[in-house]
Ligand binder design. Structure first.
Ligand SMILES: Nc1ncnc2c1ncn2[C@@H]1O[C@H](COP(=O)(O)OP(=O)(O)OP(=O)(O)O)[C@@H](O)[C@H]1O
Ligand SMILES: [Mg+2]
Length: 486
């Protein structure tokens, strides 16, 4: 199992969407940590907020979204506060995402090769990136101060409006004086930070130009050496030397940026890695010439070209039939091991993640209602919604679903006051309709938000039919591991 280094930490994240009917409360105050090297499954019905959560982590929420509160800490930075340009870099490098429908993430009229190499070429401007890296600290400091100025002004206006409504004239003038002072000192800081950033940029440019010049001289010398041998060489030797010269030129270009040739070599490598036969030939083809499963492999290959260390898979197998689904799951599992990835795996089907996830988070109506290690959530589920999910899971031995979950999820324009699942919960108590349940601790690693875990709640057992199913699951897993040992 994963060690306990926290890779990413989501803290009290809430996301709403502005619509003509009002605010849709898509994600409501969720928190979780993602540990280095683990696979965390996020499971829940359609509309429960899984994709919105993942898009928030990627910084690709739609324009009508409002991030009401919360932080997403990744490598000591709140990525909700990172600006578009920096985010692009993060997305391009560290966090990869695979979407549900491979067709919609591929361009139908562009050759596969171009689609696989595109990102590498865009992100591969080594010299330019190096300049940016060298002045990154100063840039962040400057931009943070600019943001702080904006926020201070907004807060000031709100506070002033409130005081005006309350007719607190005296307070307003105190506030104004204080605000003017803050602004003045901030403006001074910003001026200094801007100057520091400008200097850092100049310094970075000079340094990188110097490095580039040295590199060019180094290669010019190497090339001159080979050229000097040319005049006295035989025909065959000449060919070898000429190849050597063009290799040297290519190496120099690669120092500056990812070249088309280099990107293509990498593309062929990753395509082979994700199990696409004849990748050289395949590079020249278009998406329609690929089967659904192969298209999904391409999408995975594209994500891998950036060498991400965190991979978010949003229902990567939902559009595929069962056999292909199993192959893609195997592939993701294998890549995770080989590349030491941390994975968030989103699905509406608990069955899909049984053999995959280290931990499972169950989402309902924009909240995480239960979270724990896989075996805890599968074998000892506590929230009635998790029971319902388990019972609606296709039975691995019969493919029959026991029951569909009765009722429909709540309208997120008007989220319920209490436990959002109360309406559909046969065990609901009065308090379920009135008050949001807190998280009750089941074990150090297992939490569930249901009033049934309150010490005063009546002792309710999960339905026998689900218990039977769990027992059957356990038995199967045991048999499997026994046969693996044998
Ligand atoms: N751009 C948007 N504008 C308005 N509402 C939105 C927008 N995007 C998502 N929503 C709403 O937010 C809620 C959560 O949606 P989300 O896509 O996260 O669900 P999901 O759990 O991924 O479901 P599925 O399994 O169907 O993919 C839904 O009620 C959805 O209608
Ligand atoms: Mg979704």
């Amino acid at each position: 199992m994963a060690d306990k280094n926290i890779k990413l930490s989501v803290q009290n994240l809430s996301v709403s969407f502005r619509t003509t009917q009002g605010f849709v409360r898509a994600v409501r105050d969720i928190s979780f940590d993602l540990y280095q090297g683990e696979t965390l499954a996020v499971v829940g019905e359609s509309g429960s907020g899984k994709s919105v959560t993942s898009r928030a982590l990627m910084g690709i929420l739609e324009k009508n979204s409002v991030t009401d509160s919360g932080k997403v800490i990744y490598e000591n930075e709140d990525i909700l506060k990172i600006r578009e340009e920096d985010f692009h870099k993060l997305r391009g490098n560290k966090i990869g995402m695979i979407f549900q429908d491979p067709l919609s993430s591929l361009n139908p009229i562009m050759r596969i090769g171009k689609q696989v190499t595109e990102g590498m070429i865009v992100n591969g401007k080594h010299l330019k990136n190096r300049k940016k890296e060298l002045s990154h600290k100063e840039r962040r400091r400057y931009l943070n101060l600019v943001d702080k100025l904006k926020n201070t002004t907004t807060e000031f206006k709100l506070e002033k409006k409130r005081l005006k409504e309350e007719k607190e004239q005296e307070q307003i003038s105190i506030l104004q004086t204080k605000h003017a002072e803050t602004i003045k000192s901030l403006a001074e800081d910003i001026k200094l930070a801007k100057q520091a950033y400008k200097e850092a940029k100049q310094k970075a440019k000079a340094q990188v130009d110097q490095e580039w010049k040295a590199e060019k001289e180094k290669y010019a010398k190497k090339i001159a050496d080979v050229k000097s041998k040319l005049s006295s060489a035989s025909q065959d030797e000449k060919k070898v030397y000429q190849n050597e010269i063009s290799d040297l030129k290519e190496q120099l270009r690669r120092y500056k940026q990812v070249t088309k040739k280099e990107a293509q070599e990498r593309a062929i490598e990753v395509m082979a890695e994700v199990g696409i036969p004849e990748p050289v030939k395949r590079l020249r083809q278009y998406p329609f010439q690929f089967s659904g499963g192969m298209r999904q492999r391409i999408v995975i290959a594209i994500a891998l070209t950036a060498n991400p260390d965190l991979l978010i898979c949003d229902e990567p197998t939902t559009a595929l039939d069962v056999t292909i689904q199993a192959q893609i799951l195997e592939l993701i599992k294998r890549l995770k091991e080989e590349r030491d990835l941390t994975v968030i795996f989103i699905t509406h089907d608990l069955g899909v993640v049984a053999n995959m996830a280290d931990r499972v988070a169950v989402m309902y109506a924009g909240k995480i209602v239960e979270i724990g290690k896989s075996e805890e959530v599968f074998y000892n589920p506590k929230h009635p919604y998790t029971w319902a999910l388990l019972s609606s899971m296709p039975d691995l031995s019969s493919t029959a679903r026991l029951t569909a979950i009765p009722g429909t999820p709540p309208n997120m324009l008007f989220p319920p006051k209490g436990d959002a699942f109360a309406d559909r919960n046969q065990y609901a108590m009065k308090i379920d309709f009135e008050e949001q349940p807190p998280y009750f601790k089941v074990s150090d690693t297992h939490y569930a938000a249901t009033w049934l875990l309150h010490e005063n709640a009546p002792k309710v057992q999960m339905p026998q039919i689900i218990q039977d199913r769990i027992d059957a699951m356990k038995e199967r897993t045991q048999q499997q591991s026994e046969s693996e040992v044998a």
